[in-house]
Write a protein that binds this ligand. Structure first.
Ligand SMILES: [Zn+2]
Length: 141
């Protein structure tokens, strides 16, 4: 009696396991296909609608378009002067991401944002940091 139920169990579960593995494999393949190209590209920092700095993640190079506004602190750190204020934009080249590591704006909301999650917006300074071609246009400050 015991042996028979054991046999039935095995016969039933083996093809079932195979289906599960197949589903897992498909899910992994799909998530890789969709996740990989996301956010790998060119980051743009603009002040009041004018692009002042770009960073290309594909070859880890930056270009300063306005040397009066952008001060290069290191290969991955850029101080952006906005009126009498400033933001420091830090590039996380390893994770294809960027964030504001320092700012003297009121509220400091921009320091809580990440470029990978959407546009970084510092409303008091009119600064926007986002991936080029990103669908998320700045909405609120
Ligand atoms: Zn801010």
């Amino acid at each position: 009696m015991n042996d028979r139920t054991e046999n039935v169990k095995q016969a039933f579960f083996k093809p079932f396991d195979l289906i599960i593995y197949l589903i897992i494999a498909v899910v992994i393949a799909l998530s890789l296909a969709f996740a990989a190209p996301k956010n790998v590209g060119v980051l743009e920092a603009s002040v009041r609608g004018v692009v002042v700095l770009t960073y290309d993640f594909s070859n880890k190079t930056y270009s300063v378009l306005d040397g009066q506004i952008v001060t290069v602190l290191s290969d991955t750190e850029f101080r952006i002067s906005v009126g009498d204020g400033y933001n420091v934009v830090t590039i996380d080249a390893q994770n294809n991401d960027a964030y504001v590591s320092d700012s003297d704006c009121a509220g400091g909301e921009c320091k809580k944002m990440k470029a990978s999650l959407g546009s970084i917006i510092c409303a008091p300074h009119g600064l926007v940091v986002s991936f080029k071609g990103a669908s998320s246009e700045p909405k609120v400050g």
